[in-house]
Write a protein that binds this ligand. Structure first.
Ligand code: CDP
Ligand code: MG
Length: 833
């Protein structure tokens, strides 16, 4: 019993090895049932059957017949009246004029870069042109096009649109695949998927067998996955000379991508949009009869410190500060800033001006402006939600049936998103509150008014302190232009920027690529499991390589959690982690939950941490919501256990048809709980796929033991650990890297005057002005001693040394001594055996 936890890593490795071999045996005997074939570790993208390749005359005959069928079906549709209307619309798009040129260049070059104004028809048309031309050439059944999207919502929306344009249902020739959902049939020839899904397929199918075209969309966003995919594809191209790669981007930095692929040809689709008038804050205030306070009254607005940080960030971007920029920065001082300023929703407009976003939308645009939809760019899901609630309850709203208020963000349900594209009836004002995803990847046609808050939530990464930061930060000039452009789709539009022009002038031209501003752990793990050689060498061939220190930190982290050994080889745990579509630490938690038979609650914790927090904190009912959460936590000092109870309570209530009421009473989001529910199912299938679990019953013997669950949470989250130092009336929290840290106010532990445990383990820390810990669970010394870290690292001695270091750092030498004596006892035990 003592040996097991001490040898945790070795045990886990041995266990995984045994199961891996069992899995390969199982596979031969029991072919996978079709019902769960889309839940395989590669996200279901990997073809189970051999793709159709014309090997023999017979096969060729079949292919021809299938292609002909496809061809005839399209002809029938195009002749129908609806089909004709659709054809007419498609021909009106700017991309149509370039159709032949595009197809020509693609057929003659392995890599092509296509750019064009948003809405010109890149995403919906270009993949279709390829499909159609292949069908016309009687190769339709043999072609296999994959088009990646950075976000799940756009993959789904685009697939649905393209299927509709072809008069088909989803899952016929057009399908989609995202992390939790998919619609793909035997005859699907054009698949829209997230970039992550394609990367996962590459794990098991390095040559993308059977794929004829890969289209990487929205590359200008420079997401980490896209940058990574480009390195992998660049290496793959020489091995697959017939494979075609098409890169698509909205803004005009096509040259960068073209030169990355050895001067690949570029095609630009000239677009057409109506003119859009820009109104900066000073104009808006003037227009609405408000007065701009003089800049020298900044101090009254408080939060100055926050603003200074923001200014520093701006300064860093502009390495050469010209005096004009300096002036702009000074002028910009009057903007209030706080991390959760949405509470006042003045959107960085000082309260004293007596004017805010709500008034702009409800009084100015809704009442005085011409008809047309309003698109409001906000920073994230929580402020969208909060603004939505405030608008709904606002006295100025008037007749609620005359307003169609919609939200649009990356994690919304698919049923909700369809409404965004629908045109409302006459006399109804559509208002869409969106994150920056509405900037380029989706097009809402009837937008005439855009409100731009000027910020987007951007993760950045402080490699020196190894701390991720999540700050709403100023967008780039390119983004602001792009947001403005969304207003001119169907008629001339108006764009309201809620910041002064001088602030705009100080924006960076483009946003920093994600690869340079996020921790690289998952990426490094993927590089390792794809056997792409030395990580630093591999990453040095990126479009813009990340800092060596970031790579080093990520590698060190992977060693600490036991995914890599000291020689940077993937361990068995690492191999398993790379197959799970969650962060390494959460994957480790799942695997340990399965091995240690407390899978149910651990799946809930991991699902909650990888979707988002189901606990709602409406700004005007914070206290009520807080106490509801505290009640669920039952004073056991753990946000994660509160999450488990909330989920289980909801499941229970669902069984009695009172799920909604339960959510209402406990301030929970039913939508998030549902998402967690389906994620849990997916986890279970994945673990089953790896052979780690057989049935739900067999892996839950310890699921009701809270001590045990805490221990597994600690094993997953370590080294995310902070010590709790009791002071006379309060307590102080401290981590090794940051010193004193604080808890987010919605953590159950933040409400506790004293936590009777010496440690908190946490999932996430974020630097805002101070370092904040998000969700945490209190754990005892013995849990940290036994479950913290990776024992195989440098053997028992190495493990002890590391923990000793931790303990001494946190001034717990007494514990270190206990630990050493425990170690001695243990060694004796081993020798006597
Ligand atoms: O990718 P790109 O921004 O160039 O344009 P797209 O997404 O292919 O959209 C082309 C046009 O299709 C848009 O201008 C919309 O008018 C229309 N569209 C639509 O009506 N419904 C959708 N779900 C997607 C696009
Ligand atoms: Mg597009």
């Amino acid at each position: 019993e003592v040996l097991l936890p001490f040898g945790l890593q070795n045990q886990v490795d041995a266990y995984l090895k045994a199961h891996l071999s069992r899995k390969s045996m199982n596979k031969e005997r029991f072919p996978r049932s079709s019902s769960c074939s889309n839940l395989t570790t590669d996200g279901g993208l990997h073809e189970q059957k051999e793709p159709l390749t014309p090997r023999s005359v017979v096969a060729e005959g079949i292919l021809r017949r299938k292609s002909l069928q496809l061809h005839n079906k399209q002809e029938d549709w195009q002749e129908s009246s609806e089909g004709q209307k659709m054809q007419e619309f498609r021909r009106s798009l700017p991309a149509y004029k370039e159709r032949d040129a595009l197809l020509d260049v693609i057929s003659q070059n392995q890599v092509v870069v296509v750019s064009g104004e948003t809405g010109c028809g890149k995403t919906t048309q270009l993949p279709q042109y390829i499909l159609e031309s292949e069908i016309d050439a009687a190769r339709g059944a043999a072609c296999n096009i994959i088009c990646t999207q950075p976000r799940r919502i756009s993959a789904m929306a685009v697939a649905e649109r393209v299927a509709a344009e072809r008069g088909e249902k989803l899952g016929e020739s057009v399908g989609y695949k995202v992390r939790l959902e998919g619609m793909k049939g035997r005859d699907t020839r054009l698949l829209f998927c997230t970039t992550g899904i394609l990367l996962r397929r590459l794990l098991v199918d390095r040559n993308l067998k059977g794929v004829t075209h890969v289209i990487v969309d929205e590359i200008h966003e420079r997401g980490m996955n896209e940058d990574f995919l480009l390195i992998v594809l660049k290496e793959l191209l020489p091995r697959r000379p017939e494979l075609r790669l098409i890169l698509m981007s909205a803004t005009l930095n096509a040259e960068l991508f073209s030169s990355y692929f050895g001067a690949a040809p570029m095609i630009h689709i000239p677009g057409f949009t109506y003119p859009v008038r820009s109104h900066f804050l000073e104009n808006i205030l003037e227009m609405t009869g408000h007065r701009l306070s003089p800049f020298n009254q900044i101090d009254n607005y408080g939060q100055e410190k926050m603003w200074k940080m923001q200014k520093q960030a701006l300064r860093k971007r502009k390495s050469q500060i010209t005096s004009a920029v300096e002036d702009a920065l000074e002028a910009a001082d009057f903007m209030e800033y706080s991390p959760r300023t949405q509470e006042s929703l003045s959107c960085w407009i000082p309260d004293s001006i007596g004017f805010n976003l709500i008034e702009l939308v409800l009084c100015h645009i809704c009442r005085k402006e011409r008809p047309g939809a309003i698109l409001v760019f906000m920073t994230g899901w929580d402020d969208i939600n909060s603004l939505k609630n405030q608008l709904q309850a606002h006295p100025l709203l008037g007749d609620p049936s005359k307003v169609l208020l919609l939200a649009c963000h990356g994690s919304m349900a698919s049923s909700e998103q369809r409404l965004i594209f629908d045109n409302p009836e006459d006399g109804i004002r559509k208002i869409v509150l969106a994150t920056n995803m509405a900037e380029t990847s989706i097009t809402i046609n009837d937008v005439v008014f855009v409100v731009d808050c000027g910020k987007a939530k951007e993760t950045s990464y402080d490699a020196l302190n190894n701390t991720p930061c999540l700050l709403p930060s100023w967008i780039s000039k390119a983004s602001a232009r792009q947001r403005r452009g969304r207003a001119g789709r169907v008629q001339p539009g108006e764009c309201y920027h809620l910041y002064p022009r001088c602030v705009y002038e100080a924006f960076a031209d483009y946003q920093l690529p994600e690869l340079l501003r996020t921790p690289l752990q998952s990426l490094c793990l993927q590089i390792k499991s794809l056997k792409l050689g030395s990580i630093s060498e591999f990453l040095s061939s990126a479009l813009q390589p990340p800092e060596p220190l970031s790579v080093q930190n990520a590698m060190e982290y992977l060693k600490i959690i036991g995914a890599l050994d000291e020689d940077e080889n993937l361990t068995v745990l690492g191999q398993n982690l790379s197959m799970l579509p969650v962060e390494p630490k959460l994957g480790k938690m799942l695997i340990l939950g399965a091995i240690f038979n407390c899978l149910n609650p651990i799946m809930t914790v991991v699902a909650g941490l990888s979707v988002r927090d189901p606990f709602l904190m409406p700004f005007d009912k914070k206290d009520l919501a807080g106490s509801a959460k505290a009640q669920l936590s039952a004073r056991d000092y753990s946000d994660h256990l509160a999450l488990v109870r909330a989920y289980e309570g909801w499941k229970d209530a669902e069984r009695h048809q009172s799920g909604c009421e339960y959510c209402w009473r406990n301030f929970l989001s039913a939508q998030t709980l549902k998402a967690m529910d389906s994620l849990r199912k997916q986890f279970f299938f994945l673990l089953k796929d790896t052979g780690l679990v057989d049935s739900m019953e067999s892996c839950n013997a310890w699921s009701h033991d809270e001590h045990f669950i805490r221990a597994i949470i600690c094993a997953g989250l370590f080294p995310g650990i902070c010590s709790v130092v009791k002071k006379e009336k309060s307590m102080q929290l401290k981590t090794m890297e940051d010193g004193p840290v604080l808890l987010y106010s919605n953590s159950v532990n933040a409400q506790e005057p004293k936590i009777p445990y010496p440690w908190l383990v946490f999932n996430e820390k974020v630097k805002v002005n101070s370092v904040f810990l998000r969700d945490s669970t209190a754990v005892s010394d013995s849990v940290v001693l036994l479950f913290g870290g990776n024992v195989s690292r440098g053997g028992l001695d190495g493990h002890l040394k590391m923990l000793q270091g931790y303990l001494e750092f946190f001034m717990k030498p007494a514990l270190a001594v206990t630990y050493l004596s425990l170690k001695r006892e243990l060694e004796e035990l081993i020798q006597n055996k």
